[in-house]
Design a protein around this ligand. Structure first.
Ligand SMILES: [Zn+2]
Length: 234
């Protein structure tokens, strides 16, 4: 039959592992797997795509303006060449108006060229961002998968340890269990210390010979004179 002090030590081993598993579970649940970076990349891509769309709109507008101006210039040219206008002042006005329209057309054409240049540049940026996003999505998915796998594993361990703990605890007198819990709270999770020769396995201080014998062969609870933990030996 396993003695109660050995059981107590086993319980402590289970508790230490169980606590570690609990901490890891909390960490895993809080763990990020690159979602923030992914969201940032998505947002940047959306912004750049919107800018590109805006440029496409500006380009279409400019092309329409050019076409309209071309028509008006052609019409005015036709009137100029038709010989229908004989009044010199009127001719002069018409020529001036054609000149103004051509200048405006050239200005819009220059603007269009600049828009096209910007579109090229932005198009490259968008392609680069799309590539980056695809890579990040892949990384994120893979990290998430390993996290989920570990989470599942740890949950199983948690359930197993909980069961084991209940089983061990049920075999200990409730007063001893309570004593253990109290001590555990005060001693940072470690209430039981195993003797290593004549030294406390937790605080490493020497235990008087008389006490060592009682720990080894007696059934009474003996506390380490230095750290106050329950001493066990087996
Ligand atoms: Zn000690």
């Amino acid at each position: 039959m396993v003695d109660r002090k050995e059981l107590l030590f086993q319980l402590q081993q289970v508790d230490i592992t169980w606590t570690k598993v609990q901490r890891r579970l909390v960490r895993l649940q809080q763990l990020t797997y690159g979602q923030e970076k992914l969201a940032e990349a998505r947002q940047e891509l959306e912004e750049r795509e919107a800018e590109l769309q805006q440029l496409q709109g500006a380009r279409a507008d400019a092309e329409l303006e050019i076409r309209a101006l071309d028509e008006r210039i052609a019409e005015a040219d036709k009137r100029l060449m038709s010989g229908a206008i004989t009044n010199p002042k009127e001719l002069e006005n018409l020529e001036a108006s054609i000149g103004a329209m051509r200048r405006q057309r050239n200005m819009i054409a220059d603007r269009t060229a600049e828009i096209l240049r910007q579109m090229d540049e932005l198009g490259e940026t968008v392609a680069r961002l799309q590539e980056m996003l695809a890579r990040l999505e892949e990384e994120c998915a893979s990290r998430r998968q390993s996290r989920d796998e570990e989470l599942l594993q740890r949950k199983k361990e948690y359930v197993y340890l909980k069961k084991l703990r209940t089983e061990l605890a049920s075999r200990l007198p409730s007063s001893l269990l309570e004593e253990y819990e109290q001590l555990r709270k005060r001693k940072r999770g470690v209430a039981v210390a195993r003797l290593q020769e004549d030294v406390c396995g937790v605080c490493n201080m020497q235990v008087p010979v008389g006490l060592v014998g009682t720990v080894r062969y007696g059934d009474d609870l003996i506390y380490c004179p230095s750290c106050g933990r329950i001493l066990v030996a087996f």
